[in-house]
Design a protein around this ligand. Structure first.
Ligand code: ARG
Length: 255
């Protein structure tokens, strides 16, 4: 009896591993006509909600990629730190949520070509706080699970790093004076500074730069190749440029 139990357990474990290692291949996605894409929905202007409607630069880019592939998107929104884990569990086919390509993440997922280039900047009310060395002795807000957190951790002398589940909460912490600085994306910071003019937010230097890409299941190169083809075609035919101008009044592709 005991033996049977342990054999069944072993079989179940193997099956679970097989299931989780099985990202939906392109042919299967094509059959259903639907690409399941997950994002956060709290990172304006890249992915956010306008009322009940999911919108943003990355939503437009993904929609255009899918259209080029002849597919519709079924969107899922979930907390930032659950996105890549969900991809590993095959809960969706692709993630687009401003992930910087890092070695650590690339061990767990397969990145496509980048859809924009940017980096983390220091945002503060005090114009004197603008670079890494100015963060010494300061309290800094960042979103958990991000490259901002990874990079701020490396800066010597920071008094405290306050982490928040959402970037919007880091932004609010700076506005209400709970922290001295906020580290976030450069383009997001630009939009925030414009929207929140009354708080007098100043944008400092790049702490680091990064290539931002969508991700598919580890080793799902069939899907990644098609996404890359569609993205390259959009960059060549002007449709990427239009979307970028619409959201940023400039072209944010990697140069
Ligand atoms: N670019 C940063 C990173 O790679 C932050 C991404 C945050 N994205 C989001 N949807 N909140 O970690």
């Amino acid at each position: 009896m005991k033996k049977l139990k342990s054999t069944l357990l072993a079989i179940a474990t193997v099956l679970a591993c097989l299931a989780s290692a099985q990202a939906r291949p392109l042919e299967q996605i094509r059959k259903g006509g639907k690409l399941i894409v997950a994002t956060e929905g709290q990172f304006a202007p890249f992915n956010f909600f306008q009322g009940a409607k999911l919108t943003g630069f990355e939503v437009d880019v993904a929609e255009a990629i899918a259209a080029k592939m002849g597919l519709k998107i079924e969107w899922k929104t979930i907390g930032f730190d659950a996105l890549l884990t969900g991809l590993q569990q095959d809960r969706w086919d692709m993630v687009i949520a401003s992930h910087g390509i890092t070695e650590e993440r690339a061990k767990a997922v397969t990145f496509t070509e980048p859809h924009y280039c940017s980096g983390g900047v220091v945002v503060a009310k005090d114009a004197a706080i603008k670079g890494a060395k100015d963060l010494a002795g300061k309290v800094v807000a960042v979103q958990v699970g991000t490259t901002y957190l990874e990079n701020v951790k490396k800066i010597p002398g920071v008094k405290e790093v306050k982490t928040f589940p959402q970037d919007t909460q880091s932004r609010a912490a700076l506005q209400t004076g709970k922290v001295d600085a906020w580290v976030t994306d450069k383009f997001l910071a630009k939009t925030a500074a414009k929207e929140d003019a009354k708080f007098g937010l100043k944008i400092g230097d790049f702490l680091f730069v990064e290539r931002i890409a969508s991700a598919v299941g580890k080793g799902n190169t069939g899907l990644a190749d098609e996404v890359n083809k569609a993205l390259a075609a959009m960059m060549a035919d002007g449709s990427y440029g239009k979307i970028s101008q619409r959201w940023f009044q400039e072209d944010v592709r990697c140069k």
